[in-house]
Design a protein around this ligand. Structure first.
Ligand code: ACO
Length: 352
């Protein structure tokens, strides 16, 4: 009997997948939130020894947004989530899981996702945080994709939110010019509209962890007078090393993703990379051989907002440009860990 049952299961799954009925995951709604306060290069010139010329030529950044003192990662994530729900035509009560991806949570615990779940009134939703630094959104999206494809959940809310200004040392010119605050969110569902999440490839290399980290505040170096005096509660980064790996890792992730999706580079219509540095984005675009107007950049306006960078850019691209059904987007991210990822989205008929 059990052999017959297993055989039936195999046949059914073969018919199911072969007939194209296998569940697929779609982004059916998106939204982003940027705080109002603008920090320009000219403002930074008054704070550290730097210049607009240096910042623009080395990074492409002109300004970034900063959250108010009383505005936190959960607040920004909540604002983005509400917009994403509206754009998806869903109510908070329809969300099964909330995944927040951030490296600046309101607290080490409880999760920022739980705080947003409560503020949103999504009592029935499970909630947890994912930490993969600037690649967080793709890691979160991959979990949502898995939930939908497996049939475990119907609607997943993925939120990326960062208050990087809370861990930036505004006396360190090497890092303070780079980062900004902001949030973005999307609803992932099995409803065939919006953007099909065709493929996601992820990677990590913890050997290189020391190049980009927050040295204190974890269990290895709990916060103390000494750690604060030494500024170990601020972002520590070896920019050159990060730069070198960023281009190579994202390029390889893109290739792997194309191969998995049985696609060619020419089939990518839009490139949406992590917004850490315009030179990194341009190097990627060159290696990809994609036209400049097809590479979406927000780096000049918002700087690097870590996990939020990629979804903020994606949300703006969807709002500002006319994406036609059948067009493909390549999303790329790289950050602390090191961790990196690539994803291919395809525009469906209807929805977003
Ligand atoms: N203004 C003026 N001079 C500066 C500044 C500044 N803001 N910052 C650094 N400098 C100086 C340095 O002190 C150095 O001077 P020196 O030669 O006298 O020592 C000189 O400029 C060159 O510094 P580099 O660090 O070599 O400059 P580089 O061209 O590498 O640019 C940058 C630095 C912009 C940080 C670049 O390396 C970069 O973008 N790296 C990647 C960052 C990234 O991708 N992060 C992503 C992940 S973020 C996350 O996961 C949270």
């Amino acid at each position: 009997m059990s052999i017959k049952l297993s055989f039936a299961k195999v046949v059914l799954s073969y018919v199911f997948e072969g007939s194209g009925l296998k569940k697929k995951a779609y982004i059916i709604g998106m939204g982003s939130y940027l705080p109002e306060r603008v920090l320009t290069n000219q403002d930074l010139e008054k704070m550290v020894e730097t210049s607009d010329e240096w910042i623009v030529s080395r990074t492409g950044m002109r300004e970034r947004r900063l959250a108010r003192e009383d505005e936190f990662t959960s607040d920004m994530g909540l604002a983005a989530a509400k917009k994403a729900l509206k754009s998806a035509g869903k109510m908070a009560s329809e969300i099964d899981v909330i995944i927040v991806t951030t490296l600046t949570p309101d607290y080490l615990f409880p999760s920022t996702a739980a705080l947003i779940q409560c503020a949103l009134g999504a009592q029935q939703a499970a909630a947890f945080d994912v930490q993969a630094a600037c690649t967080g959104f793709l890691y979160g999206l991959s979990i949502a994709k898995g939930y939908i494809e497996s049939g475990m959940y119907k609607n997943v809310l993925v939120i990326a939110s960062e208050k990087l200004s809370s861990i930036v040392n505004y006396r360190d010119r090497g890092t303070c010019v780079l980062f900004g605050d902001g949030a973005a969110a999307c609803v992932v569902s099995g409803e065939a509209k919006g953007y099909l999440i065709k493929e996601i490839c992820l990677g990590a290399d913890g050997e290189l962890a020391e190049f980009l980290m927050l040295p204190a505040g974890g269990c290895r170096r709990p916060a103390s007078h000494e750690t604060v005096e030494q500024g170990l509660h601020y972002i520590s980064m070896s920019g050159k090393e990060v730069f070198k790996h960023a281009v190579r890792r994202m390029e390889n992730a893109a290739k792997e993703c194309l191969e998995k999706a049985s696609m060619k580079e020419e089939e990518i219509d839009w490139l949406v990379p992590h917004q850490a540095n315009e030179r990194i984005i341009d190097a990627l675009a060159k290696r990809f051989g994609i036209a400049e107007e097809k590479v979406f950049k927000t780096v000049a306006k918002y700087g690097n907002t870590s996990a939020s960078s990629l979804p903020i850019a994606l949300d703006e691209l969807i709002c500002e440009r006319e994406i036609k059904p059948g067009e493909n987007m390549m999303l790329l991210a790289f950050g602390a860990g090191f961790a990196w990822g690539a994803s291919i989205l395809t525009k469906s008929e209807g929805g977003l």
